[in-house]
Ligand binder design. Structure first.
Ligand SMILES: [Zn+2]
Length: 572
């Protein structure tokens, strides 16, 4: 048994996430967490909402709510949707937690003590009417390129040109509309990542098992152009974690907060502290996951994220941890994903394009989505969701293969032997061949799950389901029953036992269907199979079962067409 720490990239707080976000980190992380638990490992699986920064303030303003109340409400919404998709977090925290405030300030203090923070004077736009500095997107004006009169200081939404606030004609505050703006000098803190470049380089070189997608992105940032750049870690905002040097004030930094990119990954650690507190545990209980001087040297730490998050997780966050010169646990393996596209374009939160998590759960149960998304996870390249592919995948794999097997076996047994595991007969040659085949496939499935090869694991699980149907076809107990009922009994006994095995090995992908199968087989034996021969004898002759209701309903052409058109536009 090992101890495995798993974190999923933190979903940003400014709205309900789409299915592309789900399959790009949280869902595969959940798959892996469920698998590791099923194999008897001790798992701590953490995720949280990322709540600071300008987009949170803007979303709250749009919802006409105070930003703290907005974040609290949206956190509850996201937590409810995560539960709906059966994401089995040990804790779903918040980057605005008191634990993250303390830890972020602590890290900043340690980095300053160790010479990894510099103070830089910058010129920024100040609005006397608002009494604050304005971030780029809080400044509006006329685009010098196209004349659009609501261009933002960072970009014109109309012509997409990247802008500097000083490019805007007739600039004004987006908060008050005041045109009385001035450029003032202000100080900001920078994390001196460039000083840690060699240490980061050596650390990444030591990770020979990382996917190329991960290391190539990290190496590019380390070496391209002038190499790794120092990064600002403070902002002139009201909403965020106040800049302090540990527990002390930071002279000259009054009224400033840490930049969201700095505090968000620290929430991975703070989330463990939140988890411990919620469970009535002590500091040592979460330190044993995060401090190598307190037990975490035995922990394997795996992170899940979309490829756009890789630089922060391979360079910026490790800079924070390494630069603290404390024995914090560094990540052992990063699993990164490409993008899931939607019907010929991109999923987009800002444009409301695609399928959002709440809408998905309104039309179908979680397992349908979990199976399709994971079996089509964008691992080696981007992948695409279309309603037709979705319909085919669900109907074929879940309804025709798995669901059909369960239905045929249980109904046949009920009609010929009653609702209990039949006695009599010995394992038939077809049965022995099935056992050998499943042993080989299970070994391959385990290997893919351990390597976090999501699509390969799904393909192998599908093959395990197919093997059951092929066995039924060749053994044909409905024929042998007429001439050799003992032989039919032995094959049906094996097939009913296989339903329990399917429930166990499929649970990481489709936990609800798995629970339903265990219930209908009236068993709570969920040990991961070591050998198929013995796993397929767990339900003994005379053990009762009940024919389950339809496991997976097929998606009809009418449903598909209806969803195709209702999800074609953009969400308001
Ligand atoms: Zn423009």
């Amino acid at each position: 048994m090992s101890r495995i720490l798993i974190t999923s990239a933190l979903p940003y707080i400014n709205g309900i996430k789409h299915l592309g976000n789900l399959v790009g980190s949280q869902l595969p992380a959940d798959l892996y967490a469920r698998y590791c638990r099923a194999r008897g490992h001790e798992v701590l699986f953490l995720c949280a909402t990322d709540e600071h920064g300008t987009p949170a303030e803007l979303a709250a303003a749009k919802a006409a709510m105070p930003v703290d109340a907005y974040c609290a409400q949206m956190h509850r919404t996201q937590a409810k949707l995560a539960a709906g998709f059966r994401l089995s977090f040990d804790h779903f925290g918040r980057s605005s937690s008191p634990q993250n405030h303390r830890l972020t300030q602590y890290f900043a203090g340690r980095l300053a003590e160790n010479g990894f923070i510099s103070e830089v004077s910058e010129k920024m736009v100040y609005s006397p009417a608002d009494g604050r500095f304005l971030p780029d997107r809080y400044i509006e004006g006329t685009c010098p390129n196209c004349g659009y009169d609501k261009a933002r200081g960072d970009q014109c939404e109309n012509c997409t040109k990247q802008l500097d606030p000083t490019d805007l004609l007739e600039p004004r505050s987006a908060i008050s509309g005041s045109t009385d703006l001035e450029v003032r000098e202000t100080k900001h803190l920078y994390l001196r990542q460039s000083k840690l470049k060699d240490e980061l380089d050596a650390w990444i070189d030591s990770k020979s098992n990382w996917p190329v997608l991960t290391t190539s992105i990290a190496k590019k940032w380390l070496h391209d152009g002038d190499g790794l750049q120092d990064r600002g870690i403070t902002r002139d905002l009201n909403w965020g974690i106040a800049v302090r040097k540990g527990e002390e004030d930071w002279p000259g930094m009054e009224g400033k907060v840490f930049y969201v990119w700095f505090d968000a990954p620290i929430e991975y650690i703070a989330c463990a502290a939140e988890w411990a507190e919620a469970q009535g545990k002590d500091e040592e209980d979460w330190w044993r996951w995060w401090r190598t001087d307190a037990g975490a040297e035995d922990v394997r730490y795996v992170q899940f994220m979309g490829k756009d998050n890789v630089p922060f997780h391979t360079l910026s966050f490790p800079s924070t941890l390494i630069g603290s010169r404390d024995p914090w646990k560094l990540v052992d393996y990063i699993k990164s994903f490409n993008y899931l596209n939607y019907d010929g374009g991109q999923f987009s939160t800002s444009q409301g394009r695609g399928i959002f998590q709440d809408q998905a759960l309104e039309i179908l149960p979680a397992d349908y989505w979990r199976w399709w998304l994971l079996s089509n996870a964008p691992e080696t390249s981007d992948s695409e969701f279309t309603w037709e592919k979705f319909q085919v995948g669900v109907n074929k794999d879940l309804a025709d293969v798995l669901g059909n097997f369960v239905s045929r076996v249980t109904k046949f047994c009920r009609s010929k032997f009653g609702e209990e595991i039949p006695a009599g007969g010995e394992v038939t040659p077809e049965g022995a061949k099935l056992i050998a085949d499943l042993d080989a496939r299970l070994a391959a499935y385990n290997g893919h799950m351990e390597a976090i090869e999501v699509r390969k694991a799904a393909a192998e699980l599908r093959a395990i389901w197919v093997a059951g149907n092929e066995f039924l076809q060749t053994a044909a107990p409905w024929t042998s029953f007429k001439t050799d009922p003992e032989r039919a009994a032995a094959d049906v006994r094996l097939a009913l036992n296989l339903i329990r095995v399917y429930a166990v090995v499929s649970a990481p992908f489709i936990p609800d269907a798995s629970a339903k199968l265990l219930e209908s087989m009236q068993t709570d034996v969920t040990d991961w199979p070591e050998s198929m021969g013995s796993a397929l004898e767990v339900l003994a002759p005379g053990h009762g079962f009940a024919v389950p209701d339809t496991l997976f309903a097929k998606i009809t052409d009418e449903q598909r067409e209806e969803w195709e058109s209702s999800f074609a536009g953009t969400r308001g």
